[in-house]
Design a protein around this ligand. Sequence first.
Ligand code: NAI
Length: 338
Amino acid sequence: MTVSFFDTHSFERPIFISQNEGFKFEINFLEGRLTSSTASLAKGSQVVCSFVNDKIDSECIEALSEIGVRLIALRSAGFNHVDLEAAQKYGLIIGRVPGYSPHAVAEYTIGLLLSLNRKIHKSYLRVREFNFSLDGLVGFDLCGKTVGILGTGRIGSIVAEILAAFGCNVLCNDKFPNSKLKGHANISYVDCGQLCKESDVISLHVPLTPETYHILDREMISHMKKGVFIINTGRGALIDSKALINALKSGHVGGAALDVYEEEEAVFFQDVSDKILQDDVLARLLMFPNVLISSHQAFLTKEALINIVQTTLENISEFQKTGTVPSERLVIPESHLK
Ligand code: NAI
């Protein structure tokens, strides 16, 4: 079976090649992102393998369907970049990799919070320039602070537990409270309004859906404590970036650490250091001394990569044998496909 593998990166290719020895798929590694204009490169493949910043909209799905693609094997947990209605219409199966390493993302979230608060990224650069001054590096103790966790699924629940162990008062909000956090000292569930009002730090771990799009907008941010820190390792469009910029300018938001950004697909995962940055919103965010941005790397651990590769190859193998993927990794239940 031939697999067209879009948006290939050097950090994953060797792992796919070595793990594929047990499966023997013919993998066609392509560097470009999967979009409606690149979909034709998959001609001859029944399977395309896609990453988080591909643009699998209805035109792309129609183009894939026309050339005989039957499975989109996502190498991600999130599937907000896929037009599910179109996939349903064209009967395309979408497999994903849920929970490949929630610890990877949770631990990185804590790393971002600690760096932002204690300014570790700044002191690293300063000391390399032989500037050993401490001026401007004052942070705050996390112990005793209130932290709001929006979304307590696989990742958010681990973040909540780690911060509870730091001695934080953890306020959670989720449509479906997580039973593993119930009865935990220092962790309680509250409504979203109370979470925003009382938290010194807010960390986002809900998926991006129409309901959560810009969940942190101007209105929601206005209810937050002055000086609040916002951490986002979820998805960029959970935050209205322009509203965040205004709140950072006024000082209402005291700092932000963002591993994801709503227009990230134009630049994230690429070296564009020799180009002029065209995104004025991202450029403005990068200007703030109290904003820390990374390029969607929270997932990037050896363990997570191995799990992503193994599960993706298993999904393709299952599809080859049965025409579908294991139900817990199926984005659209089979009964919903037309
Ligand atoms: P999950 O599905 O285990 O947890 C999501 C939680 O959000 C669930 O408990 C759900 O009930 C809750 N939720 C959904 N809509 C809600 C709403 N409107 N209000 C309140 N709660 C709501 O997902 P998991 O594995 O914890 O991942 C969370 C997100 O993290 C993913 O959807 C993905 O976007 C992002 N992610 C980011 C990565 C990175 O490298 N930066 C890597 C992996 C995931």
